[in-house]
Ligand binder design. Structure first.
Ligand SMILES: Cc1cc2nc3c(=O)[nH]c(=O)nc-3n(C[C@H](O)[C@H](O)[C@H](O)COP(=O)(O)OP(=O)(O)OC[C@H]3O[C@@H](n4cnc5c(N)ncnc54)[C@H](O)[C@@H]3O)c2cc1C
Length: 348
């Protein structure tokens, strides 16, 4: 029986484990955080639950719809209100580009990775940050060492799913002798994949913000605010009579203000949101929260023709994630994880 290692328990890592669930292989996921889901993340605070990374999974295609339903109808939430848009003039207006379904769960979008992993026998080692990788002298297996110095493996195949810059760091700390230059080439291709930064601000109000839209998105990319969403449109997320706004700031603002103290950043953001939504009361949230996503969304994707991808796979080293798929969307990361998982299974 082979042992498969997966670094990262976001939707790509969980998707890969799901694809391998009916094989007899042992699977171990190493995840640096305390929970699974990665950028499809949910937090709980003051009776509220909010998705502060990915907002929802869209109904991209039939296989996504089918899978979401197969994973269980209980708690599945379809956000009914539409996404509107705003441009340089700051007017929030109806959009004709509507998605018919926008899915999350009453317990939050982390349910996707949780439900995928619940279908498997995979072991998830949380709060375990992979620091370096090594190929054994016989060239048969991979070992991962974490930041505490503990070793994981040996793995017959190893799948890396962190965002490209973090995967590049791992490849820079990899020992693989007799690789015919594959490691350097792989590192170069991964390191060339660019990500943009988003800082998410969470603004809570003890009154309802009544609007016909669930969210509004900046289509001209000219505003500091990139996205504002009413989390109360998701069943089970916000108590009645309250409002919780998820505000994703544009990449420029996010990079410039990434390390500003929370209160200072929230003040600045609440002012912009009040202007945009046209409600002065929004300048004064009763509590706030935030999350910096240094590696939020891929701007470019891994070159699928990069010379080193196939030799690495031949040596049992695989890559998956939204940046491999070429788009920062949950369903793209999920299906890329599934497809690479199937490839790993076929190779063993
Ligand atoms: C603010 C924001 C809003 C978004 N909105 C949407 C949306 O509405 N709809 C949509 O479809 N998509 C959205 N996305 C994109 C979507 O979240 C991602 O495309 C998708 O979740 C990526 O999944 P992944 O598994 O490829 O990567 P990740 O989710 O990043 O998973 C990688 C995992 O690896 C772990 N990790 C990293 N380094 C290590 C290490 N050294 N050792 C161990 N573990 C490690 C991380 O903790 C993480 O759990 C959004 C993203 C952001 C940031």
């Amino acid at each position: 029986m082979a042992h498969i290692g997966i670094v990262g328990a976001g939707v790509a890592g969980a998707g890969a484990a799901y694809a391998l669930r009916e094989t007899a292989h042992d699977m171990t996921l190493l995840e640096k955080s305390r929970g699974v889901g990665g950028r499809a993340a949910t937090r709980r605070r003051n009776d509220c639950r909010y998705d502060h990374g990915a907002n929802y999974v869209k109904d991209a295609d039939d296989r996504t719809l089918d899978l979401l339903h197969e994973l269980g109808e209980e708690g599945l939430v379809d956000v009914e209100e539409p996404v509107w848009t705003f441009g340089v003039d700051g007017q929030i207006e109806p959009s004709n580009r509507q998605e018919s379904h926008k899915f999350t769960w009453t317990a939050g979008i982390t349910q996707l990775a949780k439900r995928l992993l619940a279908e498997t026998d995979a072991e998830v080692r949380k709060t375990t940050r992979a620091a370096s990788l090594a190929r054994d002298d016989e060239g048969e297996t991979w070992t991962v060492t974490d930041t505490d110095g503990d070793e994981h493996g040996p793995f017959d195949a190893l799948l890396l799913t962190p965002p490209a810059p973090q995967t590049a760091d791992l490849l820079a700390a990899t020992e693989w002798v007799d690789d015919d230059g594959a490691l350097d080439e792989l590192h170069e291709a991964v390191a060339a994949t660019e990500f943009r930064t988003i800082r998410t601000l969470v603004l809570h109000y003890d009154f309802a913000v009544d609007r016909p839209w669930y969210a509004a998105v900046d289509v001209d990319k000219e505003h500091d605010v990139g996205w504002v969403a009413r989390e109360e449109c998701k069943d089970g997320h916000v108590p009645d009579g309250e409002s919780l706004l998820i505000v994703q700031m544009g990449p420029e603002w996010s990079t410039e203000h990434y390390d500003d103290p929370l209160e200072e950043a929230a003040d600045a953001v609440a002012g912009r949101v009040a202007d945009l939504v046209g409600d002065d009361r929004l300048t004064d949230p009763d509590w706030v929260d935030d999350q910096g996503w240094r590696y939020a969304l891929p701007d470019t994707s891994l070159d699928p023709d990069a010379d080193a991808v196939d030799p690495a796979a031949d040596a049992g080293l695989y890559l998956a994630g939204d940046w491999v798929a070429g788009e920062g969307r949950v369903h793209r990361a999920l299906w890329n994880g599934v497809e690479v998982g199937e490839r790993v299974g076929d190779s063993l």
